[in-house]
Design a protein around this ligand. Sequence first.
Ligand code: TMP
Length: 207
Amino acid sequence: MTKPLFITLEGTEGVGKTSNMEFIKSMLNDKGIDFVETREPGGTPLGETLRAMLLGEDFKGMSDDSELMLMFAARAEHIEQVIKPALEKGQWVLCDRFTDATYAYQGGGRQLNIKRIEGLENWVLGDLRPDLTLLLDAPISVGRERAGKRSTPDRFEQERDGFFNRVRDTYLSRAKAEPNRIKVIDASGDLNSVQQHISSIINKIIF
Ligand code: TMP
């Protein structure tokens, strides 16, 4: 049996993460791969409670440091309860966002010190890293237009374009630094071409 893979999906708001997640799931199912689908922040009862606090209105004014540490608290629980056990059982893990989102949103968006994020990453993740990260990329205006058609914006979606441009730039510079792991997918085009690109990447990693 080949080693189970840990795949993450990333991108700014409105780039089509949800529909492409469904597409990846159907590809893995068609290939008979046993996998766990999960998300961050979230994926465990504690993580989902922290997600509600992080995205909702009740703690709208939380400090940037609290936000960073709550993201990692949710992640610590998620790794121990879901990600590691699945990989140890031979199941693949397909995760909607992971630590690259912390570098992008808390590092880029909130402009927190990267050294702090690296410290927490090393502490909480140990040597666990995603095997493949699909980064759906589109200009912020494109995503805004798509996301704007949905319900009430959450605490992050309420941020301004400057914040999201920093998030996008951070994602892209991480992809440039780690081209083998992070694959950038142009998400500004039609869904069909985005999915063709995704399937060519996934087909290459499945033997
Ligand atoms: P979403 O996954 O439904 O898009 O929403 C999660 C929000 O949380 C999204 O705006 C990105 C944000 N986020 C962070 O700011 N840092 C993180 O580490 C993660 C995982 C998500």
